[in-house]
Structures are given as C-alpha cells and as structure tokens.
Ligand binder design. Sequence first.
Ligand SMILES: [Zn+2]
Length: 132
Amino acid sequence: MDTLTVEQNNQLEQLLKQRYQQLIGEVQAELASTGEQHFADFAEAGGSDEGDESMADALADIAAAKVDRQINEMRDIEAARKRMKQGGYGICIDCGEAIAFERLLAYPTAKRCIRCQQAHEKSHTSEGTPSL
Ligand SMILES: [Zn+2]
C-alpha cells in the first residue's frame, strides 16, 4: 500500500485541526457552564495550537475530570500532528504498513491499520472504543 500523498496529508491535517478546535470549543463551553471562565480564557489564548506545548496537559492540570474525554482526544490529536511533523503518521505502529487513507479520513488519529486494530481490540476487549 502506498503512503499518503501531500494532498491527502494536508486534508488529514485540516481534519485534525478542525477537530482540535471543536474540542477546545467543547472545553470552553464546559468550563463556562461551571463558572470557570478563567480556564475558558486560557483555552482561548492557547487556541492557535502551533506551539510545542501541550494544551491538553495544561488543561488536564486545571480541569481534569470535567473535560476528561475532550482532553484524551486532544492528546491523541496532538500526538497525531507530532507524527505528521516528525514522520510516522499514517503508519501502523504494530506492523509498519501504511494505514488506509479511508480509515484515516474516518479516524485521523488512528495509530494502527484495521487488521492490527481488530487484533488489538480482541486482546483488550475491556476497552469500550468502537472498532473502525
Ligand atoms: Zn498493522
């Protein structure tokens, strides 16, 4: 299987960025609803996301349980974008094969190809994540 073209890579990077911004919005809404405007401002200030600092880590320190799901997904996205920069994005971490573009479109933070993901889920059946 071929690795990603530049166009495909750009498309996936846009998806990751959009999803990241969406998560920041959810975190802001959550924090605003609990009266933690200070943290909502913090998230807003860091929202341009081009730095190396992990906003997910910073938020985890502050807001922990309230925005757990968003923070976990933000971490996945930050890791995916790091792999894009450093190489290795779109390559299965188990077998080293390229991950299908269609799979990445549906699940841009995927670290495994479908075959390895299914094998992984079989051996970790307690995880509640749906298979893609
Ligand atoms: Zn694989």
